[in-house]
Design a protein around this ligand. Structure first.
Ligand SMILES: [Zn+2]
Ligand SMILES: [Zn+2]
Length: 325
């Protein structure tokens, strides 16, 4: 089959990648639409030292199940699904403690030890899959994973009063995080570098400013770093008030060289935030809690998939989708 792989050199289509076969409770999925995420771009710069098929954001159709799948999953065959990206053991201390996204033996779709979804077929544990309701089309369903990740930032925040929240970064994730934070009893603003992207905030009645127009005043209760750059944490430390919180959504392959002393001096709480509940993500999309359609700026065919990564890195674009043919 054809697959978009990263082999340590540059992303390329392998026309003869081995066909996956589902085993150990897995389903075989034919993706119909997939999304490019900043994590994919980081992987191509060395993040996680990953080699294999790229991609973890998908909507697709279940084609088959491993023989050992419990009967309750049979109904998934032929269904349109999205799925959680963490493949977990179910037995370790993290899994037993209800923190299976932190499973000690996990593999992660297209990120760590498990071939991703930028291919004609891929596998995921059947238990990870969620059926997509008919009224949620592929264009919206494909955002389930990033919306879940945005919601996770909100879930990790225990707000009191009416906090001032700054979302740093006007990219894919920043614009989703801003939308979910705006549902809180909070004053939310987005700080970014791109006028065209920030203009989307108007539509959602969210305040926004250009990075060049603001002075960091150490007065924000919460700063969420969605910049995807090592500069983000530095900027967040300058903006957050003493005893405030920084939520770090950025995964950059290299954070070295950042002076962390403000965390100690100002007693700042730094919260790392990764994956969220796929069910919550799909519900937020299905109930129109978030506008994802406005984020789609480019679609490419799978034959042109290697071009999708540089396009996703281009500041003129927000979400780049790859249509599987
Ligand atoms: Zn992602
Ligand atoms: Zn485990």
């Amino acid at each position: 089959m054809r697959a978009l792989i990263y082999d340590g050199q540059a992303p390329r289509i392998d026309p003869q990648y081995d066909d996956p076969s589902p085993r150990g409770g897995e389903a075989l999925i034919r993706p119909t639409l997939v999304g490019v995420c900043s994590t994919d771009l980081e992987i191509c710069k060395g993040y996680m030292n990953y080699r294999g098929v790229l991609g973890h954001e998908f909507v697709g159709v279940v084609e088959a199940l491993a023989d050992d799948c419990p009967p309750r999953y049979r109904k998934l065959v032929g269904q349109r699904v999205v799925g959680g990206i963490n493949c977990v053991c179910g037995k370790c201390d993290m899994c037993a403690g209800g923190l299976s996204t932190h499973c000690r033996r996990r593999t992660v779709l297209g990120i760590d030890g498990h071939d991703g979804c930028f291919a004609e077929r891929f596998t995921l544990p059947a238990v990870n899959l969620i059926e997509v309701p008919d009224h949620v089309d592929d264009d919206r369903a494909v955002f389930t994973e990033p919306v879940a990740a945005a919601l996770q930032a909100r879930k990790q925040l225990h707000v009191e009063g009416t906090p001032y929240i700054t979302v740093l970064g006007d990219g894919r994730l920043g614009l989703l995080v801003a939308q979910v934070m705006a549902k809180l009893n909070a004053s939310v603003r987005v700080i970014g570098k791109h006028e065209r992207k920030l203009a989307l905030c108007e539509k959602w009645a969210i305040k926004h400013r250009l990075t060049s127009d603001i002075t960091a005043r150490a007065d924000q209760d919460v700063v969420v770093d969605c910049t995807g750059s090592a500069e983000g944490l530095k900027a967040a430390m300058a903006m957050v008030r003493p005893r405030g919180k920084i939520i770090l959504k950025t995964t950059v392959a290299d954070q070295s060289g950042v002076d962390l002393s403000p965390l100690t001096i100002n007693e700042i709480e730094l919260i790392g935030s990764r994956c969220g509940s796929m069910a919550d993500g799909l519900t937020a999309i299905a109930t129109d809690e978030v506008d994802v359609i406005s984020l789609i700026t480019k679609r490419v065919k799978f034959t042109d998939a290697p071009k999708a990564l540089p396009l996703a890195a281009d500041p003129d674009h927000i979400k780049v989708l790859i249509e599987m043919d």
